[in-house]
Each structure stands twice: as C-alpha cells, then as structure tokens.
Design a protein. Structure first.
Length: 230
C-alpha cells in the first residue's frame, strides 16, 4: 500500500476526530519510522526509558517525518537563537542544526545524563546542558543567548504534573519575547487526556491561540505538532 498523508483544511479538535486519526494510522499497515537508529543509540534510549519512563514519555524516538513537520518553514536570522527542551537522542536536533546561522545560536536542555552524553557525541559543535526546562532563563543567559526566537520542545507534557507544566510555561514566558515561537507535539491518542488539555489551556492563557497540524501518521505513536506565536 502506498502511504498518502491525510491533511485537514480546518483541523477539528473533538474526540471523534482524534479517534479517526488513530484508526487512519493503523489502517495504513505501515511502520511509521522512515529510518533506523544505530543500535547503540536505540539501546541508550531504551535504558533511559526503563529508568525514567515518566521523564522520557515516549516508546520510541521521534521519526524524521515528525521532525520535518516540527521545523517546517522555520527560519533564523543572524543574532537569533533557538532552545530545545528535551532533545532526547537528537531526532529534532538533526534538522535544527541545519537551520542555525551559527552553532552558538543553539542550546539543548536535557535532564537525562545518558542522552546528554549521546547528544554531545552526535553533535559536537552544539551546546547541551544536563538540566531541566524550568531553568531555561538562567541557562540561556549563562550561554549568552539574549534573543530567543524559537523554542522546540520534546517534553511529554501529558505525563507531567501540573506543577512541572506550569513551571515550564513560566520559563517559556520569560525567554520568549515578541515574535517568539514555541513548537511542540502531542500524541494523537493522548490529545484528550486531562493533563494534555490542561497544558494546552494554560498555554493559550499565556500565549494565545495555537495552531495544530494535520496528524503525523509516520510516527510511533502518531502525533500532532502544536505551535504558539507571540
């Protein structure tokens, strides 16, 4: 079967639509990932997941298809910087690095030490710190990044507590100025879970309405990309 992506002209946000997106994915009969990760990197991912499943929040690294959707039409000018919350094994970082006006314009913030070590090996020109997204304002200042244009986020907000969600949103509010942009993703099957709804509601209170992409079916599990702009 040839895969044909499904797109909404006006994305609906009700339960029936989310269920339809899941069914559409399983009807393809295809594995979503388009690439294979080196064995040692996949083992690093699984070890981190086994130790801290709530922090990792995914059952597999994000696909190239999801990464492409997350950075679609993203542009950075000289003097602008990008933060990445929870880069994990670098699925998004691989494409982000090609958008940078200079390697110093990037800072990745990752809690899992094994992921940080892996990221530093994969992307030796980029900067990564072993810390939490709540510390983003101080970390960005320490890195000399004073004009954050974009924040890309791979954190599992649907599995985070209200306290942590609010702390990350407060940090975002401090680092993103006028013209700033925040992009993240949420899994289709978890889109209507109370923590996911609570997170989106709080984000909309702080940053205004968001845009939701078509469902990215070539990902395990399928996901939406969410974008907020100031």
């Amino acid at each position: 079967m040839r895969f044909r992506p499904y797109r909404y002209s006006q994305p609906s946000r009700n339960a029936a639509t989310c269920r339809e997106d899941v069914y559409r994915y399983y009807d393809t009969g295809l594995m979503p990932q388009e690439e294979t990760m080196p064995r040692h990197e996949m083992m690093t991912f699984w070890r981190a997941w086994a130790r801290h499943p709530g922090q990792v929040g995914a059952i597999a690294p994000s696909s190239t298809t999801l990464a492409k959707e997350l950075v679609r039409n993203l542009r950075l000018n000289a003097g602008e910087a990008i933060l990445e919350f929870g880069p994990g094994t670098g699925s998004f970082t691989e494409l982000i690095q090609d958008l940078l006006p200079d390697p110093s314009a990037y800072l990745g913030i990752e809690r899992e030490p094994q992921f940080v070590a892996l990221l530093r090996r994969r992307f030796p020109r980029l900067r990564f710190v072993a810390s939490s997204a709540e510390q983003a304002p101080d970390l960005a200042a320490n890195a000399g990044l004073d004009k954050i244009r974009v924040v890309i986020c791979g954190l599992p907000f649907a599995s985070l507590s209200t306290v942590v969600q609010n702390a990350v949103i407060d940090a975002l509010d401090r680092v993103l100025g006028p013209g700033g942009e925040f992009r993240t993703f949420q899994y289709v099957h978890a889109f209507l879970l109370p923590p996911a709804i609570r997170y989106r509601r709080r984000m909309c209170q702080v940053f205004g309405a968001h845009r939701r992409s078509h469902p990215v079916l070539r990902n395990l599990p399928p996901a939406y990309v969410l974008t907020w702009r100031r």
